[in-house]
Design a protein around this ligand. Structure first.
Ligand SMILES: [Fe+2]
Ligand SMILES: [Fe+2]
Length: 275
């Protein structure tokens, strides 16, 4: 399998690629292309795809949305227009709910489109349970078993019957691929908790070897204790290699770099990884 980093917060050193706060990966497996998240706008993704020699209409067969946040979904309509045919968009059924922050002021941070706008261009497959997308590549479905140390509200809310409620981002889903070298787990922001996600993927597939974990780990505001515990759990679970960036934050990246040495990789636009 091959993973292209189509967009990420960092462009890389002396790089011709564009960066953007957000994530978009293209995963190629079993002869199919799965676009994992769509950044916050389509332009840098399409620019970087051109540089990588990737044509949206022939290289994208599915779109998987890891959760509702605008920096993972904002490019969706632009990408669908560039693909120019109806593809399946896989996401959690609650992805179109109201989702907002209130500090420092009320601001919507969810998917910036209505369901009808997406359905004009694509077929929605809203599935909260694990789902095999192509042979050996699965959506994890929602992560219900969340580790205690990874719980904690990040200041996002939703509306239920007009009432403001804390939102625990239950739509957070990842992708897991079975390879001959073990699992490759791809996450967007890991709002369910990255250790919870890895444990869920192991339980779900019955495969104990974890070849690599790739994505944002959302540790940007985490305390030292949580960061240390996360790195320790990765080592105990036998995670072999780590590719991270986006919302992981400099302190957690440094902790992973320290623990993993050359098996730590900072994500950047244009990076290509093969397993
Ligand atoms: Fe994010
Ligand atoms: Fe997020």
């Amino acid at each position: 399998m091959r993973i292209y980093v189509l967009v990420e917060d960092y462009s890389g050193y002396e790089s011709p690629f564009l960066a953007q706060h957000g994530i978009s990966f293209l995963i190629e497996k079993a002869g199919k292309g799965i676009l994992f998240d769509t950044g916050q706008s389509a332009e840098p993704i399409l620019h970087n795809m051109r540089l990588l020699g990737l044509d949206p209409s022939s290289h994208i067969d599915y779109i998987f949305l890891s959760h509702c946040h605008y920096d993972h979904t904002g490019g969706l309509l632009g990408i669908l227009k560039a693909i120019g045919r109806r593809v399946l968009v896989i996401a959690h059924p609650s992805i179109f709910r109201r989702h907002f922050v209130m500090k420092p002021y009320l601001r919507d941070v969810g998917i910036p489109f209505r369901r009808e706008e997406v359905e004009e261009l694509a077929d929605l497959y809203l599935a909260p349970k694990p789902l095999e997308i192509v042979e050996g590549l699965y959506s994890t479905g929602e992560i219900r078993n969340r580790e205690d140390f990874e719980q904690g509200h990040i200041g996002v809310y939703t509306l239920k019957d007009g009432q403001v409620m804390e939102d625990s981002i239950m739509d957070d889903m990842s992708v897991v691929a079975k390879t001959s070298e073990g699992l490759v787990i791809v996450s967007g922001c890991s709002h369910a908790g990255i250790v919870s996600i890895v444990k869920h993927a192991i339980r779900m597939t019955g495969e104990r070897r974890v070849r690599a974990v790739i994505g944002g780990f959302h540790l940007i505001d985490a305390g030292d204790e949580r960061i240390e515990r996360t790195v320790k759990e990765f080592k105990e679970l036998g995670v072999e290699e780590v590719y991270t960036g986006h919302c992981t934050g400099l302190r957690a990246e440094a902790a992973f770099q320290e623990a993993y040495g050359e098996r730590f990789h900072k994500l950047h636009s244009g990076m290509v990884v093969e397993f």
